[in-house]
Design a protein around this ligand. Structure first.
Ligand code: NAD
Length: 252
């Protein structure tokens, strides 16, 4: 295959949030393998080991702290807004502080990071913003009010970034996975089992993958491959859009 079909990111710098685990870690690995210098940001100091494994740079930060966000590098060519968490409860029992915490991490932090890196991207006339949304950025599920709200907001932020960045060579897109095999998903099985009165194994097929035509969890590396593709020169015309990797969920 010609080299033109590969994402060659030599000389580019990338910042991936939530890179200690799951999808973020897979994205950091894929971008590093393509030649980018990768900054890995996470609240979990396991990010140091993750960074060491790919010759990257670790930043242990709580992204809900606006001042901590200011410590992250601004000279970034590829920003992957990925950090997130889930909380499952019906709205009338949903803790308000958890609702605002999810918005802080999954909406305000991406806004602050985009705001921080854009001036340098504009100066260089090239940039890629990839926002890790979800099928829940396009569809709702019960008991996930904060998460669905945050992902829908991220979709809006991504589109505005695309419109403003277009004349500067900056694209912005969302990636929308269904259920991916990561701690975020395995960690919610118990809560889902209690909400739905099911065994944990039944939760995967009957609850999580109920609306997916493909009854198999997605692997983090498959999501990272999409992020890598969006980060390449060849994806210059792909902007302001959302790419479902959802096993047919949104087709139904
Ligand atoms: P994960 O739990 O494996 O990783 C999330 C990472 O975010 C963790 O390393 C965690 O330490 C970090 N993080 C949490 N709070 C933070 C904070 N305050 N500051 C900095 N870092 C923080 O989860 P994942 O499944 O890899 O999810 C990554 C992203 O993908 C999330 O935005 C999630 O909503 C999205 N997503 C996941 C799935 C899925 O099925 N796993 C599906 C669709 C979208």
């Amino acid at each position: 295959m010609s080299g033109a079909y590969h994402s060659d990111l030599a000389g580019k710098s990338a910042l991936v949030t939530g890179a200690a685990s799951g999808i973020g870690l897979a994205c950091a690995e894929a971008l590093a393998e393509a030649g980018a210098k990768v900054h890995l940001a996470d609240i979990d100091d396991a990010v140091e080991k993750a960074a060491a494994g790919i010759n990257g740079i670790a930043h242990v930060v709580d992204l809900t702290d606006a001042q901590a966000v200011e410590t992250l590098p601004a000279e970034i060519d590829i920003l992957v807004n990925n950090a997130g968490f889930q909380h499952i409860a019906p709205i009338h029992e949903f803790p308000p502080e958890t609702f605002t915490g999810i918005q802080a991490l999954m909406v305000t932090a991406p806004f602050l990071l985009i705001r921080r890196v854009l001036p340098n991207m504009y100066e260089r006339g090239w940039g890629r913003v990839v926002n890790m949304s979800s099928v829940h950025g396009l569809r709702a599920s019960p008991f996930k009010s904060a998460y669905v709200t945050a992902k829908h907001a991220l979709e809006g932020l991504s589109k505005v970034t695309a419109l403003e960045g277009a004349e500067h060579g900056v694209t912005s897109n969302c990636v929308n996975p269904g259920y991916v095999r990561t701690p975020l998903v395995t960690g919610q099985l118990q809560a889902q089992a209690e909400e739905h009165g099911l065994e944990r194994d039944a939760v995967i097929e009957q609850v999580l993958l109920r609306r997916s035509a493909i009854k198999r969890l997605i692997e983090p590396a498959d999501v990272a491959a999409c992020v890598l593709w969006l980060s390449g020169d060849h994806a210059a015309h792909v902007t302001g859009t959302s790419i479902p990797l959802d096993g047919g969920w949104t087709a139904a």
